[in-house]
Design a protein around this ligand. Structure first.
Ligand code: ATP
Length: 278
């Protein structure tokens, strides 16, 4: 791979929280222009921390990168303020699809445009584009975002990020807590953005089945270290993910949750597997 292809490179980063808790212990990955890369791993593996580091937002969580280097489109991320990264084309949807609950849907979207410093003349075209991508937001545009469904809040969060016209979109667990049909719609939209508009995407997902269905490449992290990187197809066929599906990888803590105590989680998970296999 030539360096010109690389939009993002993460080189052996170590990160801690509260001056002591080790969260990342040498994570490396790269994202090429135009690809969708999934970041897979169990609970606590370090996916969120990696994304926070890439957006240079670890400081907001009393965390810091202690060594390693992150470069986004030639910018040294760890020396660049998060707002400058957004203006340079790196947008993130982190922290559990955060929306400003008391602002209405459209005001939330406009916040994303302000982050980029968009001109007024660009605003209405950008809003129209978001409503075309997520038609269910249009009739709700004057409704407080906090009163919309979980799926709609995820769409608002993604829409807000898209209002900054990013080249790289990073997302943390876009499927979390959403009904399978909503998840499918969101992933289809993300893929269309990638295929039609060339948006490069890095998404952390615990749900490997759905992530590998839509990603081109994937990196797996365990205990704060990247352990495997390959094409999504190869990972779908490989033992690691088969173990993941079967829930037999107990040692790395990625056993699939199942059992009579969680019937709805099981059926949602099964339904997602079906969508992923389509
Ligand atoms: P999950 O899907 O559960 O969020 P993850 O793969 O995203 O898992 P991280 O959230 O990055 O993993 O967590 C990596 C490690 O850092 C874990 O040990 C976690 O407890 C710790 N950690 C995460 N966020 C914080 C925080 N704000 N303060 C202190 N420790 C944290």
């Amino acid at each position: 791979m030539s360096n010109f292809d690389q939009l993002l490179s993460v080189d052996r980063i170590f990160a801690i929280y509260n001056h002591s808790v080790a969260a990342l212990q040498g994570v490396s990955l790269s994202v090429r222009t135009g690809e969708v890369r999934a970041l897979l791993g169990a609970n606590g593996a370090g996916k969120t921390t990696t994304l926070r580091a890439i957006a240079n937002l670890l400081g907001t969580q009393r965390g810091s990168v202690t060594s390693g280097r992150i470069v986004f489109d030639g910018l040294d991320v760890l020396k660049t303020p998060p707002s400058t990264l957004v203006q340079a084309g790196l947008a993130s949807v982190l922290e559990g699809r955060h929306v400003f609950k008391s602002l209405n849907v459209e005001e939330n979207l406009i916040v994303g445009a302000l982050a980029r410093g968009s001109r007024r003349s660009e605003l209405s075209a950008d809003l129209e584009r978001i409503y075309a991508l997520f038609p269910s937001l249009l009739p709700k545009r004057k409704i407080a975002a906090g009163l919309t469904s979980g799926g709609e809040q995820q769409m608002v969060a993604i829409g807000r990020a898209l209002m900054s016209r990013p080249r790289l979109l990073i997302l943390d667990e876009p499927s979390m807590g959403l009904a399978p049909i909503v998840v499918k719609g969101i992933f289809e939209t993300l893929r269309a953005l990638n295929r039609n508009d060339g948006l490069t995407i890095l998404m952390a997902e615990q749900n490997a089945a759905i992530a590998l269905r839509y990603a081109d490449q994937a990196t797996v992290i365990e205990n704060g270290t990247d352990v495997l990187s390959d094409t999504a197809d190869a990972l779908r066929r490989g033992d690691y993910v088969k173990e993941f599906y079967l829930g037999s990888n107990v040692s790395s803590g990625i056993k699939r949750e199942a059992g009579p105590q969680q019937p709805s989680a099981v059926s949602a998970s099964d339904e997602l597997q079906t969508i992923a296999a389509e």
